[in-house]
Design a protein around this ligand. Sequence first.
Ligand code: AP5
Length: 209
Amino acid sequence: MKRIVFLGPPGAGKGTQAAGVARELGIPHLSTGDILRAAVASGSPLGQEADGYMRAGKLVPDELIFKIVGERLARPDTRSGFLFDGFPRNLAQAETLERLTPIDRVISFEVEPEELVRRLSERRTCPKCQATYHLTFQPPKAAGKCDRDGTALLQRPDDRPEAVAERLRVYAKQTAPLLDFYRQRKLLAPVNGSGTPEAVAKRIRDALR
Ligand code: AP5
């Protein structure tokens, strides 16, 4: 099980879990969100184009995503497998991925909407290494600073309430239909994303056996 997709609403814990799973399996963690945020931070043409969509909580146009994913999958480290986090996000993206590579398993994170909002409203992120914290559930050791590199933590612009509401709407309309898409292909493994990160990690490991 080394060609994996993490599917789930914003704030479900995909990024929190993906790093550990990818490390254990020796596969790269491919987060389209992280790639886009790095592009925004660098001011590249891709970042300039993506920024407005991301701030508003909307999906970045498929052509940009296909370019990122095609380039990333062409790199040799994906030969042993990969963990996609945040891709695919609509039917066109799922169909494109199907043409590019087989998938072994799709882990879908199930978390109640109120819990998603609670997680996103208190999330803080390190702009340098992308590490993620939660002011209540996973606070940094020193207030406001990244444990790994001491950088000042920020709130993602799309974690503000208006953008969160739009992201949840976009998920329900465009991404949730992928649950049926992958269920029909017998690839879907639903995982309860509530409880401690350790409890969720164990459920994911079991689902990948
Ligand atoms: P992306 O970065 O992919 O964001 P997302 O899917 O909205 O997911 P999040 O990163 O918000 O949540 P997560 O599930 O990773 O949760 P996390 O682990 O951080 O995409 C951002 C934007 O980029 C999109 O809106 C879009 O504009 C664009 N984009 C990206 N990919 C695209 C694509 N394929 N097509 C088009 N556009 C694309 O956890 C959240 C919080 O909860 C954290 O604070 C964490 O500490 C805490 N937490 C985690 N687990 C637990 C737990 N078990 N208990 C308590 N707290 C927990």
